[in-house]
Design a protein around this ligand. Structure first.
Ligand SMILES: [Zn+2]
Length: 228
């Protein structure tokens, strides 16, 4: 009976690789939960990227990303945002932790607070969660850095950025964020998002935080789009 239940449990909850569809063996242990060991190995071998987001020249933000926004990474992020596949966030978070390790080489992360980029109320309501918050909370648990998801607030519902041109992205987000004062003082901020594309979101969030009086701001993202 116990063996039958164990088998049923295995059949019901077994995961298949989101990339190649092979069953993920429970007998072998590797870090990822949604990719098989060979697809995961491909991801871990990708060279991370560090770039300055200088959309507002007086607020340059150092952004570390684990990989270019393409291939498997792009598909996984898409699954997390549009297919309600939350388990993917665990694997993307491992990559995000890699971004944090990279950032640490050039930005003092001591006493930094992780701030996920907020969604508008309606987008979060529709999706059921904020993917940046899922990622930030996982990284907080594994890096021992605090996460604060109430400091930054999205004031207005904006159009989805991926449908817009670079110029439209900037104007679409102008004044989109505000800062809600918190009891605990924050001196250093690491913004967390899934993708760094034009930089409009990170720049606008950083502008709101800087106007609030916090000068030390950097960012980590899972992926970075290479704009042609
Ligand atoms: Zn695979």
């Amino acid at each position: 009976m116990t063996r039958a239940l164990a088998l049923l449990d295995r059949c019901l909850f077994i995961e298949s690789c989101r990339q190649c569809r092979k069953f993920i063996s429970t007998s072998t242990t590797h870090e990822a939960q949604t990719l098989c060991s060979s697809c995961w190995l491909t991801l871990t071998q990708i060279k991370p990227l560090v770039e300055y987001c200088s959309l507002y020249p007086n607020i340059p933000i150092l952004v570390a990303s684990a990989a270019p926004y393409e291939g498997i990474i792009k598909q996984l992020i898409h699954r997390l945002k549009y297919n309600n596949d939350r388990l993917v966030s665990c694997d993307l978070s491992i990559l995000l932790l890699k971004s944090l390790n990279l950032l640490e080489r050039e930005f003092d992360i001591t006493e930094s607070t992780l701030i996920p980029i907020p969604l508008s109320f309606w987008r979060e309501f529709k999706r059921g969660y904020n993917q940046a918050e899922l990622l930030a909370k996982w990284v907080a648990r594994h890096s021992k850095l605090p996460v604060q998801n109430k400091l930054l607030k999205r004031k207005k519902h904006t159009k989805a950025q991926h449908t817009l041109t670079r110029f439209q992205r900037i104007s679409n987000l102008a004044g989109a964020f505000s800062v809600v004062p918190q009891k605990k003082q924050i001196n250093r901020v690491i913004l967390v998002d899934d993708v760094f594309t034009s930089g409009a979101t990170l720049a606008e969030a950083a502008r709101a935080i800087k106007n609030f009086g916090i000068d030390n701001i950097a960012a980590i993202t899972v992926a970075q789009a290479i704009l042609k």
